[in-house]
Design a protein around this ligand. Structure first.
Ligand code: SF4
Length: 361
């Protein structure tokens, strides 16, 4: 029996992977990749059964004006840049109306971190959408936006989260995490909040009863060791708060990004890495139920393979993802549940619509 066989059988028997072990798995380069994926698939079956879930959701981009201008992003703009936009109340409500006609249960407010937005702006955004669809689940704002609202409005982050909660926030986005290792953040997103602040704000949200997603953006500048460290941080938070609904692995889209053009980042993750990120996340995050498959980032065929490597959730119908599109993605806009059905039933699984917090419809 090889060392890998022993490790995988230990994990399936309840052993909690360490970060060095996760690093080792993430660095696998030969046919052992399939053995790791197979173990992760077995774990997925035990934890979530044979159901593939998805949510009917829509992204709503409020603005692309952003104070951060991260090197891995081609969506954010300065206010004076060509193509910069900031939608007003009428435009936002029009988009929300359109979303409702599509039968979505969730709207994601996905935007740049506008330098002038205060807590009042963020609360207004929530209330404008809720005026149109009071029943809609609003999945909005990252810890970086919370931190920004706190500093602009001279409030603590707990006060900001409390106000957002009262204004109708359904769940917080676990974005702005990228890679929770400050030496990496310094290169890929130097103006974003640091790891310790991200962790603090996410925990504050969870303790206030606001659930969030957890994300990891991989394939840019970080090493496998950094990825394992990131997974270790979110596993420890989950042990403490149990406030994460799922892991959303975000495969880096490089084509139009400043970081890639400057020769600093890699050309995104390879297929091997996409598969291993799903598989190792499933095996490492023993306190997570749901591992999402980012079809808008990796394409439908790779997404289906990731469902065989530990993934159980196809995320959302989306309807528009300008963040991925500006980074060079094609077909990132909309995934019809009919296609999802084909992807799931081809694997002998059933497709089930869910709500944001994973209640089955
Ligand atoms: S990733 Fe987000 S915070 Fe960074 S530049 Fe893009 S929109 Fe702004």
């Amino acid at each position: 029996m090889t060392n890998l066989s022993i490790l995988l059988s230990d994990v399936l028997g309840g052993h909690r992977l360490t970060e060095p072990e996760a690093t080792l798995l993430l660095n696998t380069r030969d046919r052992d990749v399939f053995r790791i994926a197979s173990a992760a698939d077995e774990m997925r079956e035990r934890r979530t059964g044979n159901v593939v879930t998805y949510v009917r959701n829509q992204n709503l981009h409020v603005t692309n004006i952003c104070k951060n201008l991260c090197g891995f992003c081609s969506f954010g703009r300065r206010g004076s840049d060509e193509g910069a936009f900031c939608n007003d109340k009428a435009a936002i409500q029009e988009k929300a109306r359109l979303a409702l006609t599509r039968g979505v249960t969730e709207i994601c407010l996905l935007s740049g971190v506008h330098p002038d937005f205060s807590i009042d702006t963020y609360c207004d955004l929530l209330s404008w959408v809720l005026e149109i669809g009071p029943q809609i689940h609003l999945h909005a704002f990252s810890p970086d936006e919370v931190s920004h609202a706190a500093s602009v409005s001279n409030l603590s982050s707990v006060e900001v989260l409390t106000r957002l909660n009262a204004a109708g926030l359904g769940s917080l986005q676990g974005t702005a995490a990228e890679i929770l290792v400050d030496t990496v953040r310094k290169v890929i997103c130097p103006r974003k909040l640091k790891t310790a602040e991200w962790v603090r704000i996410i925990k504050e949200a969870h303790y206030l009863g606001i659930p969030s997603t957890a994300t990891i953006m991989y394939g840019s500048y970080e090493t496998a060791k950094d990825q394992a460290e990131h997974l270790g941080i979110i596993r420890r938070i989950q042990d403490e708060t149990n406030g994460f609904t799922e892991l959303v692995p975000l495969s880096y889209l490089h084509i139009n990004t400043p970081l890639y053009k400057a020769g600093i980042s890699r050309a995104g993750a390879t297929g091997r890495e996409d598969m291993l990120m799903t598989a190792v996340s499933r095996l490492f995050l023993d306190n997570f139920h749901n591992i999402q498959v980012p079809w808008g980032k990796v394409g439908l065929k790779m997404a289906q393979v990731m469902l065989l490597a530990g993934g159980n959730d196809l995320a959302g119908t989306m309807f528009s993802d300008d963040v991925s599109a500006t980074a060079g993605a094609t077909d990132a806009d909309y995934l019809d549940p009919v296609t999802m059905q084909r992807m799931a039933s081809d694997l002998g699984r059933t497709l089930n619509e869910r709500k944001t917090l994973y209640q089955l419809v």
